[in-house]
Design a protein around this ligand. Structure first.
Ligand code: TMP
Length: 251
């Protein structure tokens, strides 16, 4: 019996090993499922920064980001924000509705950090009166350059109406996330989100929301608990992610 089980496990393992992803990004892979409208999104342990100039593997990063993204998507859905979440999957795989990802990344900033400080010379930690919304062109080749609504329209990435919708939805997501994280003693500094088009044409939140894509500081101490620990060589990268998950699960 045990041997039979082992053989079966082996077989399942081999099958999943040889499955070719439909798409492989820096932090995730997407696989087809039996349902043409549903994909399996696998969270990888690999981490990259500065457009993959810096790379590392962190054990459990996939698990942690999968768990954090799931909690956040479930909470957003409860608040009426539509996402591509389709099912919980397993430890490192999330089931998602198939979308065509818009090549416009939307960044929302509440506090100055990262490339904003580099570009403007404004000191890190400076709080904005109102959130800043930025668009960037999703292109690894070009390093995700900053664009605006006019670029998006002329490049055929999104219409004017779609850009307005992306901005409006990103600000709603920001409000919901600020409150959600605040309950766990976390300050949402900024984040990047992506949107996708369902086969019905509806635009929904897609990709992931995790410490890879959000800057999160401890509300009291200002300690960084996100990917900046990797970008800035602060150490304890997964300890930061684990702490985010622990707090979100407890709240
Ligand atoms: P930035 O300050 O480097 O422009 O980053 C803004 C936010 O977007 C930050 O929370 C990290 C996130 N981000 C991504 O998720 N992917 C990226 O490729 C980049 C550059 C930033």
């Amino acid at each position: 019996m045990r041997d039979a089980l082992l053989a079966l496990t082996d077989e399942v393992w081999q099958v999943s090993e040889v499955m070719t992803p439909l798409y492989e990004g820096k932090a995730k892979r997407l696989y087809a499922t039996d349902d043409p409208e549903i994909l399996r999104m696998e969270f990888k342990d690999e981490a990259t920064a500065f457009n993959a100039e810096k790379k590392a593997i962190f054990e459990n990063k996939g698990k942690l980001n999968k768990a954090i993204t799931t909690l956040i998507y479930q909470m957003l859905e409860e608040k009426g924000v539509k996402t591509h979440l389709a099912g919980e999957g397993d430890e490192i795989n999330l089931m998602v509705r198939k979308v065509e990802i818009l090549l416009v990344e939307v960044i929302v900033r509440n506090v100055a950090a990262g490339s904003f400080c580099k570009r403007t010379g404004v000191a890190e930690g400076t709080e904005f009166k109102k959130p800043i919304v930025e668009f960037s062109y999703k292109s690894d080749e070009l390093g995700d350059p900053l664009i605006n609504d006019d670029y998006a329209r002329e490049m055929g990435l999104a219409s004017e109406e779609e850009c307005a919708l992306l901005k409006r939805d990103a600000l709603i997501v920001n409000e919901v996330l600020i409150d959600f994280f605040a309950k766990s003693g976390l300050r949402l500094i900024d984040f990047k989100i992506e949107f996708g088009r369902l086969s019905s044409g509806e635009i929904v939140l897609a990709d992931e929301v995790s410490p890879d894509t959000c800057r999160l500081w401890d509300a009291k101490t200002g300690e960084k608990l996100d990917k900046d620990r990797f970008r800035q060589d602060l150490g304890g990268v997964m300890e930061g992610y684990q702490e985010v998950l622990r707090r979100l699960s407890d709240s």
